[in-house]
Ligand binder design. Structure first.
Ligand SMILES: *[C@@H]1O[C@H](CO)[C@@H](O)[C@H](O)[C@H]1NC(C)=O
Ligand SMILES: *[C@@H]1O[C@H](CO)[C@@H](O)[C@H](O)[C@H]1NC(C)=O
Ligand SMILES: *[C@@H]1O[C@H](CO)[C@@H](O)[C@H](O)[C@H]1NC(C)=O
Ligand SMILES: *[C@@H]1O[C@H](CO)[C@@H](O)[C@H](O)[C@H]1NC(C)=O
Ligand SMILES: *[C@@H]1O[C@H](CO)[C@@H](O)[C@H](O)[C@H]1NC(C)=O
Ligand SMILES: *[C@@H]1O[C@H](CO)[C@@H](O)[C@H](O)[C@H]1NC(C)=O
Ligand SMILES: *[C@@H]1O[C@H](CO)[C@@H](O)[C@H](O)[C@H]1NC(C)=O
Ligand SMILES: *[C@@H]1O[C@H](CO)[C@@H](O)[C@H](O)[C@H]1NC(C)=O
Ligand SMILES: *[C@@H]1O[C@H](CO)[C@@H](O)[C@H](O)[C@H]1NC(C)=O
Ligand SMILES: *[C@@H]1O[C@H](CO)[C@@H](O)[C@H](O)[C@H]1NC(C)=O
Ligand SMILES: *[C@@H]1O[C@H](CO)[C@@H](O)[C@H](O)[C@H]1NC(C)=O
Ligand SMILES: *[C@@H]1O[C@H](CO)[C@@H](O)[C@H](O)[C@H]1NC(C)=O
Length: 490
């Protein structure tokens, strides 16, 4: 266990020297800030530090030595360190401090970069070196662009090329410029171009970026804004930005279409038709209408709205069928642009087979038969058979037939009766029953039709009781009996 511990110490001792430097330093030039390059080391018992150097990166892995430190001694490097002499102080390591310090008190642009602390030391009799690095960043704020231009800057036509230029102090580190298109309708920004190319003005210790680009405008950019933002590593959102716009893009009518009722629905005479023309364009398109290729205007037939976007009419004739066309047009810098759309309208004739019942618009003008009722359904009038009218007609007809039959029967009976009476008279004339016949003559004549049958069913008893005289009557006078009975009964 003790051996292991000693072994660990020994292993650690081989490379136990540790160097600590600040990994990065942000320096702002606005205030008097200092850059404290502090290189601190920790030694093991068998280690000794000989020299410490602070150097500044030149390029690649080359560093210019600025200051050199030995035990309690610090000097500026004769080649590269003298420029720092009047604006820095240096402190070497000692028994009490294990830090080699280069304190640049009046920081400048040129101080920005990477620094290296190199430690030369010995482990026993073996010489070794080790390094650590510190990055010094200039902390400068990005500023609002000084120039942001868009050319041409008015009355842009679609497909025109814009030249956009933006210049700004982007600050440091990692300053960049970005040009955006701000879509107003969707409230989104699209990055068009970004640059990290920065010119450092060492005289004024500022980082300036210059970004130019071309952009082909489309109709979608109408109303859009352009933005140029300046930012760097330290910038907090929103970044300082310049804005241009909103821009106006002129373009001819497009996407012209006609909105209307369901064109698949059947269209009949007296139906109303409303067509609305819609088109996209800037300036707003003007509309014109054509029917069967001829221009139409407001007249007794057609009604066109004030802005001419709507055409309405009532179908009066099958010849209202045809091609209805809307032409949308506008003028851009004296040139006319147009686009059109059309619909074909077909007015349906009457279909007797399909609609056995008359189909008209209202009941006022209904052509229904007298046995039909006019009923409104779905805005149309229909004729339907009236069952009560039919029943009434059947009854009236039956009554008429019955009446006629009855009348003809009565008439027929009367004729028969007349014939019977005549024969009786003839018999009377014959004088066989002159007194009886004569006395009863008027009675016979008054016999009603209704009693005929009863006479014929005259009972024998009755006949017998009344008619000894009758018995002498000849065969030919049988009819008389039958009519005589009545007299007795009455
Ligand atoms: C330097 O600035 C960067 C960015 O703000 C930050 O992340 C970093 O911590 C700063 N470093 C120091 C040492 O202040
Ligand atoms: C910076 O320090 C110098 C001298 O040390 C002084 O003259 C100057 O006013 C200081 N500037 C600021 C902004 O503190
Ligand atoms: C240098 O750094 C060491 C360790 O980080 C610290 O103890 C010491 O105080 C620093 N010296 C100065 C002058 O900042
Ligand atoms: C530093 O200051 C001294 C005297 O103040 C001057 O002679 C010398 O030229 C200065 N060095 C630099 C590098 O400015
Ligand atoms: C660096 O130098 C400035 C100016 O002499 C001093 O105020 C500051 O305390 C120094 N910083 C360190 C860590 O030595
Ligand atoms: C447009 O550009 C002209 C010159 O090209 C300039 O005078 C005018 O101010 C600009 N307008 C805008 C809104 O930038
Ligand atoms: C702007 O946003 C609208 C709606 O999202 C989109 O239709 C249009 O294409 C966009 N324009 C551009 C230039 O991206
Ligand atoms: C657009 O977005 C910004 C920030 O995201 C918000 O403040 C603004 O209200 C939005 N505008 C619209 C019209 O949505
Ligand atoms: C622009 O490019 C730089 C460097 O590539 C990057 O750091 C920065 O985030 C980019 N900016 C935007 C807005 O994308
Ligand atoms: C920006 O860069 C272009 C070419 O890259 C140059 O012509 C123009 O002068 C520059 N503008 C500024 C303000 O630096
Ligand atoms: C319009 O054209 C259609 C189809 O060619 C035709 O049926 C209709 O009668 C025409 N109408 C007029 C008024 O010319
Ligand atoms: C009507 O529009 C169709 C496409 O919607 C097109 O093919 C046709 O040529 C147009 N007719 C006329 C006469 O413009």
């Amino acid at each position: 266990m003790v051996t292991l511990f000693i072994g660990l110490l020994f292993i650690k001792g081989i490379s136990s020297l540790t160097i600590t430097t600040p990994p990065e330093i942000n320096v702002s030039l606005v205030s008097n800030s200092s850059i404290v390059l502090n290189c601190t080391f920790e030694l093991d018992v068998n280690e000794r530090v000989r020299n410490v150097y602070w150097g500044k990166k030149l390029h690649g892995t080359d560093y210019n030595k600025l200051a050199e430190f030995a035990y309690k001694i610090a000097i500026y490097n004769k080649e590269h360190g003298l420029s720092l002499e009047n604006r820095s102080n240096i402190h070497s390591f000692s028994d009490t401090s294990q830090s080699a310090i280069l304190n640049i008190t009046d920081a400048r642009c040129e101080d920005v970069g990477q620094y290296q602390c190199e430690v030369e030391f010995s482990v026993g009799s073996i010489g070794k070196t080790d390094q650590k690095y510190t990055d010094v960043y200039l902390q400068a704020n990005a500023e609002r662009p000084t120039t942001f231009s868009v050319h041409p800057n008015n009355s842009l036509e679609e497909h025109e090329i814009l030249n956009i230029a933006c210049v700004a102090v982007v600050g440091s580190p990692h300053g960049s410029l970005a040009i955006w298109e701000q879509n107003v309708s969707s409230n989104t920004s699209t990055l068009l171009k970004n640059t990290s190319k920065v010119y450092i003005d060492t005289d004024h210790c500022i980082s300036v970026a210059n970004l130019t680009m071309t952009y082909k405008v489309s109709r979608h950019n109408n109303g859009a804004k352009f933005m140029c933002s300046s930012r760097n590593k330290f910038t907090k959102e929103p970044a300082p930005a310049a804005e241009f716009g909103p821009i106006e893009v002129l373009y001819g009518p497009s996407n012209t279409r006609i909105n209307s009722f369901d064109l698949n629905a059947q269209l009949f005479i007296k139906d109303s038709v409303i067509l609305e023309c819609i088109s996209d364009g800037n300036p707003n398109p003007i509309y014109a209408w054509k029917f069967n290729h001829s221009s139409i205007g407001n007249n007794s037939k057609f009604n066109i709205s004030t802005d001419k976007s709507k055409l309405s009419f009532t179908v009066t004739n099958i010849s209202n069928s045809g091609l209805y066309q809307c032409v949308a047009f506008n003028y851009i810098k004296g040139n006319m642009f147009h686009s059109s759309s059309n619909v074909t309208i077909t007015v349906q004739g009457r279909h007797e087979e399909e609609y056995p019942m008359e189909l008209v618009k209202t009941c006022l003008e209904n052509p229904c038969l007298f046995i039909q009722n006019c009923i409104m359904r779905n805005g149309s009038a229909f004729c339907s058979i009236n069952i009560w009218a039919v029943v009434a007609i059947v009854f009236i007809s039956l009554a008429l037939i019955l009446g006629t039959t009855t009348m003809s029967l009565i008439f027929a009976r009367r004729t028969q009766k007349k014939n019977t009476v005549s024969s009786t008279e003839e018999v009377d004339m014959g004088g066989y029953l002159s007194p009886v016949g004569h006395a009863d003559r008027s009675n016979y004549a008054s016999l009603g039709q209704e009693t005929v049958h009863e006479y014929s069913t005259m009972r024998n008893r009755d006949l017998f009781s009344h008619g000894s005289n009758y018995e002498v009557l000849g065969q030919n006078t049988v009819h008389v009996y039958s009519t005589m009975q009545n007299t007795d009964l009455i």
